[in-house]
Write a protein that binds this ligand. Structure first.
Ligand SMILES: O=C(O)c1cc(=O)[nH]c(=O)n1[C@@H]1O[C@H](COP(=O)(O)O)[C@@H](O)[C@H]1O
Length: 305
């Protein structure tokens, strides 16, 4: 699967992933009102609003980018109706030939991880049939439980030719609280990085492994160390834009071949119409503002490659 992502990145010249993290606060008034008028102030109304919002954004950006990353929490908050909007969004992105990174940060004891893996990137057996549930191409993984919690994802990844991004060094302000703690003289995130390389060794798909790593844009010195420790691991890099990460901060995430990282921006793209820079495009044309924000992001990243 990583090979497909790389091919799409090379075709679009955009090492970019648009984060589909719809919050009701970001949805333009006219879209929200239409959905709530039809379904009332209900979970269905909210789910319809986020679906319509996503669809408009996808329609405006799909030809520019290789991938999207829907964050499941933004859907899950609306319960089953929200999850239906998640599935609808994943299906629509596939129709538009986009690869979908499901951001669910799963990881538990082995048997539970197996069920998560089946739900998100694998198949679930019902009688004689094997059925897909969420059907994303990649999934984000929390490795806190260790190898037996990660292995079921790696196995499904191999069987189904899917991909993973395992949290190694996250972008948030408290990420150092545990991740930077020294163990045997080395920060914990480096220990995790070594494990990610090990977990991915049997899942090579060309130069890179289908088992990738999440490395936040907000700690560039650490990205640089991690890039050297994990030369054949693809990085999913969140933190650009809304969290303060700049193009210069991203440079160490890439290898000399210009590959090795896919950069996510969620609020910076989907709520672009609210930014001063794009305000004149107008809330009515929020999809157009997102398109312009993607064009600007791609140019900004290519400037440092
Ligand atoms: O796994 C992630 O995607 C992730 C890891 C991380 O270290 N930091 C991080 O922000 N994320 C996700 O990336 C997205 C960032 O959103 P923006 O800050 O709006 O671009 C959210 O969906 C986060 O959940």
């Amino acid at each position: 699967m990583i090979r497909q992502l790389i091919e799409k990145i090379q075709k679009t010249k955009a090492p970019v992933c648009v984060g589909l993290d719809p919050m009701l606060d970001y949805i333009p008034e006219h879209v929200l009102k239409r959905a709530l008028d039809e379904f009332g102030e209900t979970l269905e109304g909210a789910a319809e609003a986020i679906w319509q919002y996503n669809k408009e954004i996808i329609d405006h950006v799909y030809d520019l980018i290789p991938s999207v990353k829907p964050q499941i929490a933004m859907y899950e908050q609306f319960g089953i109706e929200g999850l239906k909007a998640y599935v609808k969004t994943v299906k629509y992105c596939h129709e538009k030939d986009l690869l979908v990174i499901g951001d669910a940060k799963r990881g538990d004891i082995g048997s539970t991880s197996s069920a998560y893996a089946a739900a998100h990137i694998g198949k679930v057996k019902v009688g004689s049939k094997s059925l897909s549930s969420f059907a994303t191409d990649f999934l984000t993984i929390n490795p806190y439980l260790g190898t037996d919690g990660v292995k079921p994802f790696v196995d499904v990844c191999k069987e189904e030719d899917k991909g993973l991004f395992v949290l190694v060094k996250t972008s948030n302000p408290s990420s150092g609280e545990f991740q930077d703690r020294l163990i045997d003289g080395q920060p914990l995130y480096e220990h995790v990085a070594q494990k990610v390389v090990e977990w991915g060794a049997d899942s090579m798909d060309g130069t890179y492994s289908n088992v990738g790593a999440v490395v936040g844009a907000t700690y560039p010195e650490m990205s640089s160390v991690l890039r050297k420790l994990m030369p054949n691991t693809y990085f999913l890099v969140p933190g650009y834009g809304a969290q303060g990460g700049t193009a210069e901060d991203l440079a160490p995430c890439f290898n000399e071949d210009g590959l090795g990282a896919v950069i996510n921006s969620s609020r910076g793209i989907i709520a672009a119409y609210k930014q001063d820079k794009y305000k004149k495009i107008g809330a009515e044309n929020f999809g157009e503002a997102s398109r312009q924000a993607v064009i600007d992001m791609v140019a900004d990243i290519n400037r440092v490659l």
